[in-house]
Structures are given as C-alpha cells and as structure tokens.
Write a protein that binds this ligand. Sequence first.
Ligand code: 8IG
Length: 277
Amino acid sequence: MSHTAVNPLDDEHADPFAIAAQAAEQLRDATGVEHHDIALTLGSGWAKAADLIGETTHTIAATDIAGFSKPALEGHVGTLRSILLPSGKRALVIGARTHYYENHGVRRVVHSVRTAAAAGASVMILTNGAGGIKDHWVPGTPVLISDHLNLTANSPLEGATFIDLTDLYAQRLRDLAHTVAPELDEGVYVQFRGPHYETPAEVQMAKAMGGHIVGMSTALEAIAARQAGMEVLGLSLITNLAAGISPEPLSHAEVIDAGKAAEPVISALLARIVAQL
Ligand code: 8IG
C-alpha cells in the first residue's frame, strides 16, 4: 500500500516512463496478469461498459499504484480493473482520470495511458462526456472522435520529441466501430483547459476552427498514447449542447443526468466494439 502524500511524478527530475513501468509492475504483482492487450479510460457516462465487456478478475484502488492520484470529482471511480474478455484477451479499465484542469501537470494527466502501454496494451480507448456543437446531436448521442484540436497549449511530450499525429484516431478502429454501429457520427474533439465551460464566443471559435465536440480531456492522453505506439479509439458522449448552441445555460447536474440516462445504451455499444478488437 502506498498512500504516500507525494506523487513521484511531481519530482520534475523523475522519469515518467520509469514510474509508468513501476506502476505496470505493481499491476502485475497485484493481478498476476502479465500482459494487458487493450486499455480503456471510461469517462462520464461510460463507466458501466466495464461490467459488460467481460469478467472483472481484479479491482485495484488506483491510489495503490505508483503515480496515480485520488479522483478529484465525485462520480469518477478511482479504480483500475483487469477484465478477461470473452476472446481471451485482457482489458485494463482505468476509472481514474486526472484532468488537466486539476493543475497537477501533464505528466499526471497521461500517466494512466503510459501505465497501460507499459502493461502491454496496444489499443487505447479514450472515452469522455462532452458538449456538442452540431445541433442535431441531442444529449445522449455517442460520437466517434475523428481528430482533435488541442487548445491546452501544452503537450505530454518533453524536449525535442517530434511525433506524427496523422491518423491519431486510427481509421482502422473507426472502421471497426462503424461495422458495429454504422449510424455513429464522427467529429473533431476540441480539448479546452476548463474547468469552466466555454463562452458562446469560444464555442463559435471552436466551430470556425473545424471543431465539433468540446471537452476537457482526451487530446493530451491521445498524444501520449501515440508516443507509446498505441492505436487510439476516441468516443464522446454528448451530454449537452455546447454553450450558445442551445439557448439553455449549462448545468453540471443536467450533464450528469444525461450521462446516467445514456449509460446503458452507450456502454452496450462500447462492449460490442470491444468484442470486435
Ligand atoms: I460533460 O460543454 C461536458 N464536458 N469544455 N464543454 C466542455 N467540456 C464539457 C462540456 C462542454 N460538457
């Protein structure tokens, strides 16, 4: 048990990849599972998918694993789960996301992705709850992420690390998702820093830049996943129309309610996609 007050990632001289390797080793020790094939980060609205994709054999408090922090938000589960899929493959489900807006630095934001890669995962599924810019996306609509605009002005890459982000949200995985759910719409995800929602003017900016979905996660994690050589699948649950797209103001409570209402449907959808991997 390591409920240490300091997170090793906060030491700027520490190597974040060494800490991810250590975290993966602790996962192996705790589960006896040598290798995970895929990893999923389940954002708001998606948590139930963990119960549908396979048999959970181990549930670990994220805070027992090096580099992970306590979840900042109620409704975000601070666990890591090892799940045996019907195919025999292993999924690592990350229910503990550190958001960029928590101000703990990008290393902590992408640590779960790096840990998943160190645990062997070659596919990273990133899910989130988000605002929709297309007005036909009613709350509860799942959307495939086709690309992103990273408006955090930050990167998980340090130093002169030049990584190609063409096809970051792998066409292969989007095609596969479409074989399961041909009706799935696609959109460009815009990561804002948050935690405030956008002003209507900022939503119009995002739209003019080519964005369709606004949120506060995922883009930085996707970059780290690509750096680690993983294929990325991104899915947003539209829980609200982005500010100014609907005349209604945004409410966190309504966002949570829309997520809860959509959860069984989108979780089943995600489980069907995972079954195809
Ligand atoms: I749920 O409208 C959810 N998360 N930035 N904007 C941003 N993040 C969100 C939104 C939204 N809805």
